[in-house]
Design a protein around this ligand. Structure first.
Ligand code: HEM
Length: 205
């Protein structure tokens, strides 16, 4: 079956474009602060700090926009995880990606208006958007206002612990993004999913 289904309304496309740009800038400025030699920085330290703060604050506003859109429009239904049978659905999709796709089998969960994401997509999007990104945002604000951060947690410095969680989960978000972009190339053609995020129309085979 070939055809186009309108799945990405304009607000999702705008949210997503800002989200992707901001997260890329956060990764660049974050990595620069973390690893560069102070005498020869990738981005001058004070500039990297300002860049990271401004992008983090803007990302928070953009995330609030995503939450409002998700809870107050029909798009929210795509994020409702059904736990019953989840493991077998995930295994089925994973088996398709590792074997079936190379044998030109049909996708086990074709895209429809009622089911925009396959189980692996849905699961990873829920984890990214409702677990990882909120943790990075909350710990980021805690680091911006350290005077309100717990000073001690089980004898360890609260600030160090917050920083540790921020960096580790930030790393997971970066990891998610690379895998996500790779999987987006597995569409009707190499570029069709990327085109969907511009036109709003999903293209099937
Ligand atoms: C260069 C970076 C990125 C590119 C090129 C990209 C590309 C895409 C594409 C092509 C889609 C549509 C196909 C699909 O639904 O899977 C999509 C959807 C999505 N992306 Fe990304 N993405 C990027 C970064 C991110 C980041 C950083 C996040 C989250 C932290 C993210 C979260 C999502 C979510 C949640 C959806 C589904 C939106 C919806 O329809 O409700 N993306 N992305």
């Amino acid at each position: 079956m070939s055809g186009k289904i309108y799945l990405y309304p304009i607000w999702i496309r705008l949210w997503h474009a800002f989200n992707a740009i901001l997260i890329i800038l956060l990764i660049i400025s974050g990595v620069s602060m973390q690893y560069t030699n102070p005498d020869n920085p990738f981005i001058r330290f004070d500039i990297a700090v300002s860049m990271h703060n401004i992008c983090g604050i803007t990302l928070t506003a953009n995330y609030a926009f995503f939450l409002i859109g998700t809870f107050f429009t029909p798009n929210g239904k795509y994020y409702k995880l059904t736990l019953k049978g989840l493991t077998s659905r995930l295994i089925k999709q994973f088996t398709y990606y590792t074997f079936g796709i190379f044998k030109h089998e049909k996708p086990p969960f074709p895209v429809t208006k009622d089911s925009k994401f396959n189980p692996l997509q849905q699961f990873t999007y829920v984890i990214a958007m409702f677990v990882l990104v909120p943790i990075v945002i909350i710990t980021g604000w805690a680091l911006l206002y350290p005077e309100y951060t717990l000073t001690k947690v089980f004898g360890a410095s609260g600030l160090t612990l917050t920083d540790f969680v921020h960096v580790i989960i930030g790393f997971f978000v970066s990891f998610f993004m690379f895998i996500h972009v790779y999987f987006c190339t597995i569409g009707a053609t190499f570029v069709s999913n990327f085109r969907s995020m511009i036109t709003g129309f999903h293209e099937s085979h």
